[in-house]
Design a protein around this ligand. Structure first.
Ligand SMILES: Nc1ncnc2c1ncn2[C@@H]1O[C@H](COP(=O)(O)OP(=O)(O)O)[C@@H](O)[C@H]1O
Ligand SMILES: [Mg+2]
Length: 228
């Protein structure tokens, strides 16, 4: 569950303040699949970073699974992120000298990796069609394969909230569709909440929640334009 109430995010820069979010309110229930769309610089990534406990709001309330993130100190915030959030980035963010299998296991490193973890990581990679790529390093994988590793890594911890920032931005359209079908399947098989930033409206389906942002504000009537 994701809830924003009148959220503002201000960045201080030497050139002055940047008001990246100007009072954003939105909500997604458990099991929802939502999209954030809008022009470059409108605040899409800022929304995802706040929802993913990677950043803090300047004012307003960000509540994830009922937890007000502003009430958590830095240590509890990073634990919350580890336990609840799966993040998928446009540029995959895999570690170049680790195999696909070890990349999936990276989030488990601090706690120690068991044989059961390794088996389940291999199962996750098989589930995204990479059973023959377990020991390949990122530079031995195609872009689509790397993003599938990143999807497996994000889903491995059974996150309650999955956030993806233009996850198909560097992929061709066929591979992009494959990545979305993996996300859809994970959403259908679980009660996890998905929020995805995209430029490509072809991935949006009826029943999805749509948040259209412009200059740090949600603009109304997004639904009306969604399928035009
Ligand atoms: N760390 C930062 N410091 C200063 N300004 C930032 C920072 N991060 C983002 N911004 C600014 O905030 C606005 C929104 O950025 P962002 O959320 O990344 O937009 P989008 O993802 O929609 O392209 C932009 O004007 C951007 O330049
Ligand atoms: Mg962005």
């Amino acid at each position: 569950m994701i809830e924003f109430l009148d959220v503002h995010r201000m960045y201080k820069t030497i050139a002055g303040d940047v008001h990246a979010l100007r009072g954003v309110s939105l909500s997604l229930a458990a099991g929802d699949f939502g999209f954030v769309i809008g022009p470059s610089g409108s605040g899409k990534s800022t929304i995802l970073h706040l929802a993913g406990a990677l950043d803090r709001a300047s004012s307003g309330v960000v509540r994830i699974n009922g937890e007000d993130l502003s009430k958590l100190d830095d240590r509890r915030l990073s634990r919350f992120r580890r336990d609840n959030i799966g993040f998928i980035f446009q540029s995959f963010n895999l570690i170049s000298n680790l195999s696909a299998l070890d990349n999936v296991l990276v989030p488990m490193l601090p706690a120690g990796i068991s044989k059961a973890d390794r088996d389940r990581a291999a199962e996750m990679l098989a589930a995204v069609g990479l059973e023959n790529r377990l020991h390949h390093r990122p530079n031995q994988l195609s872009g689509g394969e790397q993003q599938r590793v990143a999807v497996a890594r994000a889903l491995f911890k059974k996150p309650t909230v999955v956030l993806a920032d233009e996850p198909t931005g560097e992929l061709d359209s066929v591979t992009g569709r494959e990545v979305f079908s993996l996300l859809r399947k994970a959403n259908k098989d679980s009660r996890w909440t998905f929020l995805v930033v995209t430029h490509d409206r072809t991935h949006i389906s009826q029943g999805d929640k749509l948040f259209c942002i412009r200059d740090g504000r949600l603009v109304a009537d997004a639904e009306q334009h969604a399928f035009s």
